[in-house]
Design a protein around this ligand. Structure first.
Ligand code: ADP
Ligand code: MG
Length: 478
């Protein structure tokens, strides 16, 4: 309890252009090795990089969406190091003058708190290739398809104080780049990954502790686990009388631990310098204004609108705007339900999300369309079915047995609202249970639930629960 955790993240988001950042080669995922690397990506002598204009407007969008400064002038720099997957011997990146800097986003925490996380900078760079070890014995294969893929590296301030905050920040950036349409966010394919910088300091101390950097984590779950493991490790080191050393570590998901990769002493001196092959990147205000006009409604604005328009809690509205697809699904449902915001929110986040999670699907492949879900909610609203029966209807829709009306009809699920019919069933239940009736009248009013249950059993859940309660109470007090 006496340690405070300090975390800063560097997120690599692959920009969703069709071709690479400095060449015309395709960025499509999954092609056979080395079929999508052209002379520029291979760094052959005499070739020159040509900047892909698409990445410039994408980076500008990100800057505008994160309250950052979009630089009118930024500079590409060479980051020099030797590695087999880097044929040129340097990576083109940005160093002193990045395209985006000094912004922030706000994250929502579970306890209804929000925290502002600073964005130091976001710069453009090219990805390197990939070393392949698995299919080779005693050798390493090199696949350069990935070389030259455009990346936006988003560097945060060391503003996070727990693994959960780091995950909330990462999720928010993930949602944002997908709303903006600048990154597909596919973490399995490596389109969105992060390095986590972690340190601890005694509570109350101002100076930061020495940090370790955990490289290349590609899932939200692993980020949380890797950081928590790292926090424990650093506490053990310090409380055991040792010192944390500045180093790069790797997270091993199979063993749930981080391992040292290289220490600060072995760290590369990248000898950054401006790339003489590329002009400084200049943007005028008119261009930035034009980009601003293309911004969609962003997650925070959508969340606030949902709170207003549908009378939702901030928590619900945040959850529903976590992705654009989910938000759109929700709004279509509300429309199909005739404007039932709260009821739609409950079903989208409850039953629907539950089943999607269970089957590992995402909202875009939901077997139940928003139109069908909304149609069913109309039947709850007009009293045709109860909320409980609705679960049966929903399941049948999930299994593609038709829309709500067809299922209600086919399975005879219409709610019994005819008071005469309900009263008859209630009387039968009371007649069949004279002992419980006596106990109830003797003061055991909890038995009301028992009678309701019996009536529901007799009607297969179809009796209108409100009517059942009313009639039961009336007859029992007579
Ligand atoms: P480098 O370029 O060597 O990776 P930076 O100074 O650019 O280093 O920082 C990289 C990341 O590390 C940033 O996200 C920053 O917020 C974070 N960071 C810096 N110092 C600390 C620290 N003491 N504890 C945790 N994170 C830190
Ligand atoms: Mg770093």
């Amino acid at each position: 309890m006496k340690w405070e955790v300090v975390i800063g993240l560097e997120i690599h988001a692959q920009l969703a252009t069709k071709s690479k950042i400095f060449s015309g080669a395709s960025t499509a995922y999954g092609a056979a090795p080395n079929t999508q690397a052209c002379a520029v990506d291979l760094g052959l002598p005499g070739v020159l990089p040509v900047l892909n204009a698409g990445v410039v407007s994408m980076a500008a969008k990100f800057g505008l969406a994160t309250h950052s400064a979009v630089a009118k002038r930024s500079v590409f720099a060479r980051k020099n190091y030797f590695y087999p997957d880097l044929p040129k011997g340097y990576q083109i990146s940005q160093f002193e003058l990045p395209i985006v800097h000094d912004g922030y986003i706000d994250i929502d925490l579970e306890n209804a708190e929000t925290r502002r996380i600073g964005i130091t900078r976001a710069h453009l760079e090219e990805d390197a290739g990939k070393s392949l070890h698995e299919d080779f014995h005693g050798e390493t294969g090199i696949d350069l398809n990935r070389a030259g893929t455009p990346l936006l590296e988003i560097v945060s301030e060391p503003d996070m104080r727990s693994a959960r905050e780091a995950v909330a920040y990462m999720k928010k950036i993930h949602a944002l780049v997908r709303y903006l349409g600048i990154c597909d966010g596919n973490m399995q394919e490596g389109s969105f990954r992060c390095d986590a910088n972690v340190s601890i300091r005694p509570k109350g101390q101002e100076a930061f502790g020495t940090r370790a950097e955990i490289k290349n984590i590609n899932s939200f779950r692993f980020v949380e686990r890797a950081i928590n493991y790292e926090i424990e490790r650093q506490i053990d080191v310090i409380e055991g009388g040792g010192e944390v050393v500045q180093e790069t570590r790797l997270y091993d998901a199979d063993r749930d631990e981080t391992r040292s990769m290289r220490s600060k002493e072995e760290a590369n001196d990248y000898r950054y310098f401006p790339d003489p092959d590329l002009l400084p990147l200049e943007m005028d205000q008119a261009f930035i204004d034009a980009v601003e006009k293309t911004l969609p409604e962003l997650p925070d604005a959508k969340r606030d609108r949902f709170i207003q328009a549908y009378d939702l809690s901030r928590y619900d509205a945040s959850a529903l705007t976590a992705s654009r697809e989910l938000a759109d699904f929700f709004e279509c449902t509300v429309e199909a339900a005739g404007g039932e915001g709260k009821l739609s929110a409950n079903w989208v986040m409850g039953e629907l999300s539950g089943l999607l999670n269970k089957e590992g699907r995402d909202i875009s492949t939901s077997p139940v369309s928003p139109e069908r879900l909304g149609g069913m909610l109309q039947r709850i609203k007009d009293g045709t079915i109860s909320g409980k029966i609705a679960k049966q209807v929903f399941e049948a829709m999930w299994n593609d047995e038709g829309d709500a009306d067809a299922i209600i009809e086919k399975k005879g699920l219409k709610q019994i609202t005819d008071t005469g019919a309900i009263e008859k069933i209630v009387r039968d239940v009371l007649d069949a249970n004279p002992r419980q009736v006596e106990q109830y009248k003797g003061g055991q009013e909890k038995l009301l639930g028992f009678f309701v249950g019996q009536v529901m059993k007799a009607t297969q859940g179809k009796a209108n629960p409100g009517e059942v309660n009313k009639i039961l109470k009336g007859l029992l007090s007579a």
